[in-house]
Design a protein around this ligand. Structure first.
Ligand code: AMP
Ligand code: ZN
Length: 114
C-alpha cells in the first residue's frame, strides 16, 4: 500500500534500523522502545490486521515467528525470556495498520499487560 509506513520501511523508502531481512520478512528496532530489546517483525506483504490473515499467509506467519526466534537468540534474550505480541485494532492500541510482531525483552515482563 502506497501510504503505509511499514510498506515504505520494507521497501527502503523510509529508513529504519534493520536487524533482519529475508525475501518475505523485515525486522527493525522500534522507534519508541518499551524494553531494552524492542524489535518489530513485519511481513513485506501488506496485511492490515491479524483479522486479515488468510490461509494463503500461513507459511508467512510461521516465518515471522522463526525470524523472531533468531533475533531473540542474536540479542541474547532467547533463554532469559521475551514476549511476542501483535496488537489488533483500537482497544489493543494498534497504531500502524500493517501487521507486526513486537519482540520485547531484556527486562522482566509483567502480567497482565497494561
Ligand atoms: P502498534 O501500536 O502495535 O501498531 O505498534 C506500532 C509500533 O511502531 C509502535 O511501537 C511505534 O513506536 C512503532 N513505530 C512507529 N513509527 C516507526 C518508525 N518510523 N520506525 C520504527 N518504529 C516505528
Ligand atoms: Zn503496509
Amino acid at each position: 500500500m502506497s501510504d503505509c509506513l511499514f510498506c515504505k520501511i520494507s521497501a527502503k523508502k523510509i529508513p529504519a534500523k534493520l536487524v533482519y531481512e529475508d525475501n518475505e520478512v523485515v525486522a527493525f528496532d522500534d522507534i519508541n522502545p518499551q524494553a531494552p530489546v524492542h524489535v518489530l517483525i513485519v511481513p513485506k506483504k501488506h496485511i492490515s490486521t491479524s483479522l486479515d490473515i488468510t490461509d494463503e499467509d500461513n507459511a508467512l506467519i510461521g516465518r515471522l515467528f522463526r525470524a523472531a526466534g533468531k533475533i531473540a537468540e542474536e540479542r541474547g534474550v532467547a533463554q532469559r525470556g521475551f514476549r511476542l505480541l501483535m496488537n489488533t485494532n483500537a482497544e489493543a492500541g494498534q497504531s500502524v495498520y500493517h501487521i507486526h510482531l513486537h519482540l520485547l525483552g531484556g527486562r522482566q515482563m509483567h502480567w497482565p499487560p497494561g
